[in-house]
Design a protein around this ligand. Structure first.
Ligand code: 1GP
Length: 256
């Protein structure tokens, strides 16, 4: 099976290029809200739409993905909380292995259920080491997964966890404070993971200012994920897109 998104992301990362992913949670967005974000994403640069949430109760996910695919060229990547949220209309799926936790259901159980569905679909599979990091309060993700997040101030544990994930053959690392995190993943932890692995690193959870976005990128994040803040204030998409764009422009100027 071809892996165009993974190959392109690895190529970007090897050149130090940064990317922006906008997380759309079907439970939080109605059609008007999605259209507003779509319009902004067509004027500002967005690299990926992630679709999902730690607990999806609405029936909107299919309609949301259809809307994105109809009005945008930005790749749609599923960010599933379990095997029920596979949707073959998307372009790819983050096949998350929750390596910060010790719950076998999220390390392999859900994957067994999903395997034949994924085999039958055209979805690009992005095998991802998913690390939940304590962010100052219990998030839906840590409660629903029944796992203890990584301690916020223990970058060495995060680095060793990421190393183990890379040695197991995972293709991406996702450091997540969880949606609406009080504190984003610390720069020290991102730096430690950056030094430990060569894989592309995705960082999300609680990035709600341009400064926090910039801090994550300078610490070594290849992709930053923004959900809540764009849902609350869609214009933040323009602000954070400029942060990523400026970062890449400075890098290009240095390389040329
Ligand atoms: C959560 O990383 C994502 O899984 C995004 O978090 O909603 O806090 O931006 P926010």
């Amino acid at each position: 099976r071809l892996s165009p998104l993974h190959d392109a992301l690895r190529h970007r990362c090897s050149r130090g290029q940064k990317s922006l992913a906008v997380l759309l949670d079907p439970d939080d967005l109605d059609e008007a809200g999605t259209r507003r974000i779509l319009a902004l994403s067509n004027t500002h640069s967005v690299d990926y739409f992630f679709v999902g949430g730690s607990l999806v109760t609405s029936q909107h996910q299919t309609a949301l993905i259809r809307l994105l695919k109809t009005h945008s060229q930005v790749p749609v990547v599923l960010f599933p909380s379990n095997s029920l949220h596979i949707d073959a209309q998307a372009d790819a799926i983050l096949l998350l292995s929750l390596i910060s936790g010790r719950n076998p259901d999220f390390l392999i159980g859900q994957h067994v259920v999903a395997a034949p569905l994924l085999r039958a679909s055209q979805l690009e599979i992005l095998p991802t080491g998913y690390m939940l990091v304590d962010s100052g309060r219990q998030t839906t993700a840590s409660y629903m997964s029944g796992t203890t997040p990584l301690p916020h101030d223990k970058p060495t544990i995060a680095a060793c966890t990421a190393m183990a994930g890379e040695q197991l053959g995972l293709g991406l690392m996702y450091l997540d404070g969880g949606s609406g995190a009080m504190h984003p993943v610390s720069p020290a932890m991102i730096r430690a993971v950056r030094q430990a692995v060569e894989l592309p690193i995705i960082v999300g959870g609680g990035i709600n200012t341009a400064e926090k976005a910039h801090a994550a990128l300078t610490s070594g994040a290849d992709v930053i994920v923004i959900g809540n803040q764009i849902e609350k204030e869609p214009e933040f998409l323009g602000e954070v897109s400029r942060v990523v764009h400026t970062f890449n422009e400075v890098l290009n100027a240095t390389l040329n």
